[in-house]
Design a protein around this ligand. Structure first.
Ligand code: ATP
Length: 487
């Protein structure tokens, strides 16, 4: 059932100009997608929701837009060159490549479905232990012991498990081939923040605790890409690094955990759709980590990570660059002594914009019965996030109705995104707007000419009412105010 809904959401996304496969006329490019005319608006609005809540509403958080290319040493210091890899395994017959841990997770799921709870628990335990020790032989052994077959060839003819680094690299400058010219496409936006820590702290006269927020593209050469825009090779992250006094990281970790969950709940899709998932295997930089998972049609999956990253990054950049990434804290502790110089600890929140987009589409997508034997597809988006806020329809193409409609459009288009259409029956036009989540449609009819009123139709209730043209702007603006989400 859920799988069926997911298929519908994916085809809806394509049909209504939200998401297209990249380079589709050439059969697409694996796990790369383009956002269409409605997708780009929704994505921009989701990004704004995050940005406003982080930067506009926190006096001690400021923004940054760092470049995608960074000095190669950044990735040495961050641990990505040595450690940012997934365990992969190839099937020798089909020549297909898999993530070893995902093959095992799929097997666990199958055990559960077949009612073999004990086998599932045993395998889970083995998988956790192998991942914790980075034990590639143990992973291979589990694949052999549990008789996992390649879904394509159906055989158990596997290679050994190897580590596969997920960073894309390219060459900078004219001297192709020289190892010195190798640069990476950033696999996370966070490092742009760490290397600018002093620039921002000094020029912004920021005092600990403070945060730096950034949104932007990140690139990962995922071994296998699955589930539409869930796992992409080029995607967008929204990250915030919060710099705190050493020893206070647990308090701030708890604070951001709660704040981020609240932010998700505000979208109004139902709090039961979200849950926390504590990490068993902590990343090389973390002393605590939790995911916020969303109930996608294919199950609960990670949407955001909250990580207590210690002083790992700033310390390593200090060592490798020779620049002291420290903070002088003039405030006094309980003994009346200044805290002095230290490397701040960091609590980060990191969310994938594309996963948030997918969660939003899945949660907002509804098929409703309207009247006898009729259905409609509606995206019940929070109005402030909708790609189009107001659709403007003259009832007919003559008698001065289009002119009047245009006049209204010309006044309102500066305030919010409007869409004008005069083709097709009005019911059809309403349905097309329902399908992209437009909260309001107005229709200009003959009565409008004499009374200066229009019919306004509400997306969710489909209720239509007559209002004065002079009142349209206020009505829409109240409904699409950022306060509806941020307050
Ligand atoms: P996963 O376990 O799903 O690979 P991760 O734990 O590696 O994700 P992080 O490194 O914590 O992810 O990245 C932060 C966020 O970036 C994730 O919560 C997710 O929303 C997003 N993200 C990570 N990888 C991808 C991807 N390949 N495609 C889309 N979004 C991604």
């Amino acid at each position: 059932m859920s799988e069926e809904i997911f298929k519908k959401v994916v085809s809806h996304a394509k049909e209504y100009g939200f998401v297209f496969p990249s380079s589709e006329i050439y059969e697409g490019l694996g796990a790369v997608y383009d956002y269409g005319q409605n997708g780009v608006e929704l994505k921009n609005n989701l990004r704004q929701y995050w940005w406003k809540s982080m930067v506009q509403l926190h006096e001690n958080i400021v923004g940054l837009d760092a470049a995608i290319f960074m000095h190669p040493k950044v990735w040495k210091a961050s641990g990505h060159i040595d450690g940012f890899s997934d365990p992969m395994i190839d099937n020798k017959d089909s020549k297909k490549r898999y993530r070893a841990d995902q093959l095992l997770e799929d097997k666990i799921e199958r055990y559960h479905k077949d009612g073999k709870a004990q086998k599932a628990a045993d395998l889970q335990q083995g998988l956790d232990a192998a991942l914790l020790d980075n034990n590639l032989e143990a992973l291979k052994q589990l694949i052999v012991d549990h008789e996992i077959v390649c879904p394509v060839s159906g055989t158990r003819n596997w290679t050994d498990v190897r580590q596969f680094n997920l960073m894309f690299s390219t060459e900078m400058g004219a001297m192709a081939g020289a190892e010195d010219n190798k640069v990476y496409l950033r696999p996370e936006t966070a490092q742009g923040i760490f290397v600018n820590f002093l620039n921002v702290q000094k020029t912004g006269r920021m005092k600990v605790p403070f945060g730096i927020a950034q949104t932007g593209k990140a690139f990962r050469n995922e071994i296998i890409a699955r589930q539409f825009i869930m796992r992409m090779r080029e995607f967008e992250q929204m990250e915030m690094q919060f710099f705190v006094r050493p020893g206070t990281q647990q308090t701030w970790y708890a604070y951001w955990k709660e704040a981020r969950m609240k932010w998700h709940h505000k979208l109004g899709f139902g709090s039961e759709k979200y849950r926390f998932h504590d990490h068993v295997k902590l990343a090389h930089y973390a002393d605590a980590a939790v995911d916020i998972e969303f109930d996608f049609p294919f199950g609960f999956k990670e949407m955001e990570g909250i990580h207590s990253r210690t002083d790992f990054d700033l310390k390593n950049h200090t060592e490798l660059s020779g620049k002291k990434l420290q903070y002088f804290d003039a405030e006094l502790d309980e003994n009346g002594k200044a805290y002095g110089n230290y490397i701040p600890y960091v609590v980060e929140t990191s969310i994938g914009l594309d996963r948030l987009f997918l969660a939003t589409l899945c949660a907002a997508y509804k098929e409703e019965q309207v009247g006898e034997g009729d259905t409609r597809t509606v995206l019940s988006l929070p109005p402030v996030l909708a790609p189009v806020k107001l659709a403007i329809f003259p009832l007919t193409k003559k008698d001065g109705l289009p002119e009047m409609a245009r006049e209204i459009m010309d006044k309102l288009k500066y305030e919010f995104t409007c869409f004008y259409e005069e083709k097709d029956a009005i019911g059809k036009r309403y349905r097309r707007q329902d399908a992209i989540g437009t909260p309001f449609c107005i229709t200009i009819d003959h009565e409008s000419l004499s009374t200066q009123t229009v019919t306004i139709r509400h997306r969710d209730t489909m209720v239509q009412e007559r209002i004065a043209i002079a009142d349209i702007q206020q009505l829409v603006q109240n409904a699409i105010s950022w306060k509806t989400l941020l307050d």
